[in-house]
Design a protein around this ligand. Sequence first.
Ligand SMILES: *Cc1c(COP(=O)(O)O)cnc(C)c1O
Length: 433
Amino acid sequence: MTTKKSAALFTKAKRFIPGGVNSPVRAFKSVGLTPRFIARAKGAYLWDVDGNQYIDYVGSWGPMIAGHTHKEIIQAIQDSAKTGTSFGAPTELEVKMAEIICKLVPSIEMVRMVNSGTEATMSAIRLARAYTGRDKIIKFDGCYHGHGDSFLIKAGSGAETLGIPDSPGVPKALANETLTAQINNLDSVRTLVSRFRSQVSCIIIEPVVGNMGCIPPQPGFLEGLRSICDENGIVFIIDEVMTGFRVALGGAQQLYKVKADITTLGKIIGGGLPVGAYGGKKEIMQIVAPSGPVYQAGTLSGNPLAMAAGYSLLSHLSKKKTIYTTLETMSRMLEDGIRENMKKLGLGYQLNRVGSMFTLFFTEYPVRDAGSARMSDTKKFAAYFSSMLEQGIYLPPSQFEAAFISAAHGEKEIEKTIKANYKALRAKVVSRK
Ligand SMILES: *Cc1c(COP(=O)(O)O)cnc(C)c1O
């Protein structure tokens, strides 16, 4: 596999862009490689500038659930572009978009569109603070909620990979307002709530953690958080930027039968264009400007091109409900294949999966929180990643990121991936023991 053109572009990119990339994990730093520059994509496949083909398990970090360059979505974008790309005035499509979101996620009665997941979570905590008149927030070790100042405390993924648990530039005074609890540990939450009783505005969580690798919630955990919030007048924010329309059409809230006060959305909701949203109870959402005093705005919010892409994907997903059963079948096939491979090789690594989100952790201990995820052998992961990439399988370049399967992944792609997995585990991992 030649990677000459990617290597040359990366060298040039580093002269003009910090680290050569516009988002840190893309740089392949934690796996000690140079990134592949992508030229085009279709269905389950990516092609880099050197002409190498890959089966894609990143899916633009989540949005491409229907596969790349999906016909309906591309058509919707093209049609919309012809009628104008931005007006800075309301459009009918925004109303349709808000309506479909409220229909698909029942806890959302009203919704505001923004341009990224980061914007959605930043706005959601401002709203929770305003609504409760309290300043502190509780987040969980390893959960990532975008790069807002309040969240860059034990923030998983990029920060985890690069070993910057707290970013410089975050004011200490603000960091003090962020309390950190442990995933799947209700006592850690109760301790914080009783200590800071009347100061906690909200609890924000990734309902299935994806940004520490895939970590599902233990039975009763999300329900327990719901009760703690109810008992203490705390706003429960479920950050479904990754899980929304991914783990089920109604997101993790449908899968685990739990309701948020505020839900944040991103990734899939934009169909591959930059979109985020936050929504929830009418009583809370109504205090957002201009109907209320909580300021939040955006020049390009509800952008017609982005709405066209997002609306087209959400409509497609809601019309074709079999997508989620197909995703489950394909994902299970991959899971079974990888487990079979590990059995043959006598390996006991942890495979966590929820629907079409999964992570193979290079540790033999169950991964159920940030501490256990950090037990993973990242050197082994890097060797594994490199072998998979060489075999044309494009995984997230970090042990602490979830991989995604799309509706365009069929048996052929899954079988090829299982074979590559066997080779990678045998050659790169067993021999290094
Ligand atoms: C990706 C992600 C975000 C941030 O979204 P951006 O669009 O990258 O700003 C927030 N929360 C979760 C759970 C995410 O996975």
